[in-house]
Design a protein around this ligand. Sequence first.
Ligand code: NI
Length: 188
Amino acid sequence: VSGSGPIDPAALLGETRRALTPLPGVLDTLLAGLDRSIARARPSPEEWSPVEIVCHLRDEEAEDFSARLHDVLDGRAAFAPIDPVGWVEQRHYRDADLRRALTQFRERRTESLAWLGEIDAAGLRGSVAHPTLGSLSALDLLAAWVTHDRLHLSQLSGTLARLWASRWSPLNAEYAGPIPYPPGATAP
Ligand code: NI
C-alpha cells in the first residue's frame, strides 16, 4: 500500500479530514465511565496516564498541528517553538478532569475540521524549515496529523490494557497476549 507517484494535495486534504473525524467519538466511547483514579494512573512512572494522553491531543490540536499548518499557509519563515512534553507537568495534565478534556478536544477538532474544509488545496505545497527535522511541508503536517491520532490511540489502548490487567492482578491477564509496559509498575 506504499504511496507511488506524485501526491495529490486535494486528495490528501479530503482523506485527512475524513480520517481526523472519528477520534473524539472513539475517545468518548473508549473512556466513558473511566474511574478518576484510573484516568490519572500511569502504566509506569515515566509514561502518560489516560487523562494526560487526552490533554496532549487537545493541546497538540491547536498549538501544534493547526498552528503549524497555519504557519506554512501564511508563508512564515519559522515555527513558533512548542514544548508538548514539558506541557504535561507545566499544565498539570494529570489533575485535569477527563470529561472536560474530552469536550475541549472535541471542540478543537470540530474547529480544525471546519477550517480544513475551507483551505485551498493548491496552497498546500509550501513548507517551513524545522530546526531538527529539515523542511516540513503542509502536506507533511497533514500526513503527520492523522498518524499522530493513531499513534496516541495505540498508546492509550496499551495503557488501558495494562491498567486493567493491574487492577485485576493476580488474575492471568497475560493469557490475552503480551501487554505493554512492565507489570507491577503502575503508578496510581
Ligand atoms: Ni504526540
